[in-house]
Design a protein around this ligand. Structure first.
Ligand code: HPA
Length: 244
């Protein structure tokens, strides 16, 4: 039991998928896993463990934004000895060639947040995905037909900004898309010597000429489906102990 997670020791698997939305955690558990057990309901931030192709895996809501995600990631790593954390989320494209419905693998996650400015005393830190997970994700994706992009993203503290053009400085530096969590996921995983990856579906575009091209909820579900299957493929087959 930790401050925000009521699981007992051993109830959380060594690999955890992290959607922002707790109801997505429930959906993933119900649709993909067998023998599921809900281990967390504190603050409605649902967490489940179950089996996928015979292997234990957990799925835990992280909430929106880096302060919320950091609470769950800290507790998962420090209190529950989680070894692999795979964010499954959505992002907004800031590049014309990154289309709605595509998948983005975040090699790195820059940020406009002050969290790492404080941690690194004003210096810059390059928050980076774990190579073994990234390599596995690319291998899984290359077997399928989903268009994907691997590159840098921005983890922002703000969804609604005063300046509607402030994403352009990131786009000019090759950033593919914006979301709100990966930078702290990568930083905390590195700090504690565990692995992390963010897999994102592009749900909207800040550059597309037709803003009506944003995903409907049915389309959102289908690209979500692909992302979950990739995440499950990435998160299993590591020879876990099976005790969490
Ligand atoms: N900004 C931040 N987070 C997001 C976005 C966005 O445009 N789209 C999906 N998540």
């Amino acid at each position: 039991m930790s401050v925000h997670i009521e699981a007992k020791n051993g109830e959380i698997a060594e690999t955890v998928l992290l959607p922002g939305d707790p109801l997505r955690a429930k959906f993933v558990a119900q649709e993909w896993l067998t023998e599921i057990k809900q281990y967390n309901g504190v603050r409605g931030m649902l967490g489940y463990t179950g089996l996928w192709k015979g292997e234990r895996i957990s799925v835990q809501g992280s909430g929106m934004g880096m302060p919320s995600l950091a609470i769950y990631v800290n507790e998962l790593i420090r209190e529950y000895a989680v070894k692999r954390l795979i964010r499954i989320g959505s992002c907004g494209s800031v590049q014309p060639h990154v289309n709605v419905r595509d998948l983005v693998l975040a090699i790195s996650a820059s940020t406009d947040s002050a969290m790492n400015q404080r941690r690194f005393q004003g210096m810059d830190y390059a928050a980076t995905a774990s190579w073994p997970l990234l390599r596995r994700a690319i291998a899984v994706l290359e077997e399928g037909k989903t268009a994907f992009h691997a590159g840098g993203i921005l983890s922002s503290d703000t969804f609604y900004t005063d300046d509607p053009e402030d994403w352009k400085i990131w786009a000019r530096h090759g950033v593919l898309a914006i979301e709100m969590e990966a930078n702290q996921l990568y930083t905390l995983a590195a700090r504690h010597g565990v692995q992390a990856l963010a897999l994102l579906t592009v749900s909207d575009s800040l550059v597309a000429a037709d803003p009506g091209g944003d995903l409907s909820s049915a389309e959102r579900q289908s690209s979500f489906h692909t992302m979950v299957e990739v995440a499950l493929g990435v998160g299993t087959g590591w020879g876990d102990s099976g005790t969490g």
